[in-house]
Design a protein around this ligand. Structure first.
Ligand code: MRU
Length: 380
């Protein structure tokens, strides 16, 4: 099996970020190096690195790279640049709260160190980014450990988008539950939604499952209903990009439809996510910002025109599944069941991203004159 290192830091404080270019998978396995914050912004925006936890980790390393331009300068210059870098990186994708969570955590660490030599602050920030990375690795393993009990030997399991090792430091969230169940000896068959329009299921999840030798069948998104009706699956499990305090879950577009279908067929619907994906500052899912993406992802997917020129297009990248549709949320601490505000507060407590982060997670960038987002380019 290929070493699935989604992203890693190369070198010391003057080093750079190396990541798998996920837009090229499964045909090409290529790693790219990001040496300035613009290339990290672009890599996230264009989904070269994607998935809520991986976006957060990339952004944390992005802060380290952004600060390299003020190496050797005084503290005022460092903090000015820190604001500029975090504001800028916060603009690349709005829905996954892990992005602003990681940026805020980096900022908080720098503020704690005010008054110490700037070289030490830069070192400490690299250590913080590495800690975010390592903690995510451990959270994924813990999610797998807790969630494995939800799946029984011989079951079919449906998943959507990619919530695997490629979306995290390693091992994944929804796929971690599947991996851990299989590692514990259960035989599972995974149905993989291709996940229109950018095919994260077909390109990434199907690839990851193959790499691990797990039985899998790829389906078009529109086939999920019949797969459920034919009792081919006994559970659905997905990841999450942001979870509000009441348990409403934003995840890849199509997730809400699957949850409705699962309820109609009496199939449990599980979400797996680390506590860094909870945003307890938001009362409910209506407050979660939903990323709208380039219409060409739908009309010209992967370079081929498949719709008439000029047709109006709606392309939200995520939807929100109401808490009452969820059977349980698996996080690294425990299984949250039932999914209620009270149970979330009990399990997630102060680790929720919303605490210590301003508002929606977009606010790092909202009104900042220093946010210099490059003009959008269609991915793929
Ligand atoms: O647009 P993407 O590919 O970043 O969307 C990813 C998802 O929706 C994942 O399900 C989510 O981020 C969880 S990843 C562990």
């Amino acid at each position: 099996m290929k070493n699935l290192e989604t992203l890693h830091w190369v070198g010391g404080v003057d080093g750079h970020l190396r990541l798998i270019d996920q837009t090229l998978l499964p045909v090409e396995f290529t790693q790219i190096d990001c040496r300035d914050m613009e290339s990290i912004w672009k890599a996230i925006k264009r989904l070269r690195v994607r998935g809520a936890p991986a976006i957060g980790i990339a952004a944390a390393y992005g802060v380290c790279i952004g600060l390299q331009t003020v190496s050797g300068q005084d503290e005022a210059a460092l903090f000015r640049r820190l604001d500029e870098v975090t504001d800028y990186l916060a603009t690349c994708r709005p829905t996954a709260v892990n992005l602003s969570w990681a940026l805020q955590r980096m900022k908080n660490r720098a503020l704690e160190l005010r008054g110490t030599p700037t070289a030490d602050i830069a070192e400490a920030l690299l250590a913080e980014a590495r800690a975010i990375h390592e903690e995510d690795r451990q959270m994924c393993r813990a999610i797998g450990h807790h969630g494995a009990e939800l799946l029984a030997d011989g079951q079919g399991v449906l998943t959507h988008c990619n919530a695997g090792g490629l979306a995290t430091a390693d091992y994944g969230t929804a796929l971690a539950v599947i991996f851990a169940a299989v590692e514990s000896g259960k035989r599972l068959h995974v149905y993989v939604d291709e996940t229109r329009p950018l095919l994260q299921g077909a390109r990434l999840t199907a690839w990851e499952l193959q790499q691990r030798g797990i039985d899998a069948t790829l389906i078009c998104d529109s086939m999920a209903a019949v797969v459920m009706r034919q009792r081919r699956v006994q559970a659905v499990i997905t990841g999450a990009d942001r979870i509000a305090a009441n348990g409403d879950v934003a995840n890849k577009i199509g997730t809400y439809g699957l949850a409705v279908l699962a309820a109609a067929h009496n199939i449990p619907f599980y979400v797996a996510a680390p506590t860094s994906t909870f945003d307890l500052s938001l009362a409910g899912g209506d407050e979660i910002p939903i990323e709208q993406r380039d219409p060409r992802e739908i009309t010209h997917g992967f370079g081929r025109q498949t719709a008439p020129e000029g047709i109006d297009v709606y392309n939200p990248a995520f939807d929100v599944t109401p808490a009452e549709r969820l059977t349980a949320i698996v996080c690294e601490q425990d299984i949250i069941r039932p999914v209620t505000r009270e149970r979330i507060a009990e399990v997630v407590g102060i680790r929720g991203s919303g605490l210590g982060i301003r508002g929606s997670g977009n606010e790092l960038s909202a009104n900042s004159p220093s946010a210099r987002a490059p003009s959008p380019e269609p991915p793929f």
